[in-house]
Design a protein around this ligand. Structure first.
Ligand code: CO
Length: 284
């Protein structure tokens, strides 16, 4: 048994996306002219949290994606997803939208509230080359479909993968992702086995934590090193954090905004397809 240590700390940075939604970007944030910091296969993690409608009300009007998956987890609020396939999904507090862009999807995510708290996350998970051009897919997962498991000193909501006897609504997939939302009381510890094949990213969004004696404050993500066990201790105020894990893909990543492919040529193709209205067309 090897306990994973923090290999890299990624400080969340203020950013803005969509039509001006204020958020904190950790994975995927600009990195002073170098490639953004990622944790293969995780490309980006945005956290948004505001009680000020000016920070979110403009939402994410119609925009495309190709080559990866987007996972939106809403803690508080109400957003409406609509896409070119005709899917409509009401994303409400505690719910998840798991979208596979594949070859292409054009969607919007618009707040359905003009006041109150809007809080949640958007995670981008890469797809391997052989799945980048598969047909788009979309799953609307309600809060009551997400199981919770308790342990001494805390609880885990299991969105993807398994924790103990709790099995999340999303299972399998190319990178076999785990997505847990963990609540931990002050001074308590959380321990879990995660396969050594997986990359692990831990992101506290309330309170602070410690992993193998290294602290992580709110919005400081930790990319963990090799091992098969994760141990997290809560700080003085307790903590709530995401544990994200998945199998690395190990392929080149070329990103241009909402398109993530393996080569520049594929990106140029995606831009042409979008301009020609062919981004989402699946060959007959
Ligand atoms: Co989007």
């Amino acid at each position: 048994m090897t306990t994973r240590k923090i290999q890299q700390v990624i400080q969340g940075q203020p950013a803005s996306d969509g039509a001006g939604v204020k958020l904190i970007r950790s994975l995927g944030a600009a990195n002073h002219g170098s490639l953004p910091l990622r944790a293969d296969p995780f490309l980006m993690l945005d956290a948004f949290s505001s009680e000020n409608p000016d920070d979110y009300v403009a939402g994410f009007p119609s925009h495309p994606h190709r080559g990866f998956e987007t996972v939106t987890y809403l803690l508080d609020g109400h957003m409406l997803h609509e896409d070119h396939l005709g899917n409509k999904g009401n994303l409400k507090s505690g719910g998840v939208q798991w979208m596979t862009a594949g070859r292409g999807i054009i969607h919007s995510e618009m707040p359905q509230q003009e006041n109150g708290r809007m809080r949640g996350f958007q995670l981008w998970i890469n797809l391997p080359a052989k799945e980048k051009m598969k047909p788009a897919g979309y799953r609307d997962i309600q809060a009551n479909e997400i199981p919770s498991a308790s342990f001494p000193g805390g609880s885990v909501k299991v969105i993807a993968g398994k924790f103990d006897a709790a099995s999340g609504p999303v299972q399998g997939g190319a990178t076999e992702p785990l997505y847990w939302d963990v609540l931990l009381e002050k001074g308590k510890a959380f321990e879990a086995k995660i396969p050594a094949t997986h990359a692990v990213y831990v992101y506290p969004f309330e309170g602070s934590i410690e992993i193998e004696d290294r602290p992580l404050k709110t919005h400081q993500g930790g990319v963990l090193g090799s091992g098969d066990t994760v141990e997290v201790k809560a700080g003085a105020d307790g903590a709530r954090f995401l544990v994200l894990a998945a199998k690395p893909i190990g392929e080149p990543v070329v990103q241009y905004g909402p398109f993530v492919m393996n080569t520049r040529e594929e990106i140029e193709q995606a831009i042409r397809d979008y301009q020609n209205g062919e981004l989402t067309e699946v060959a007959a």
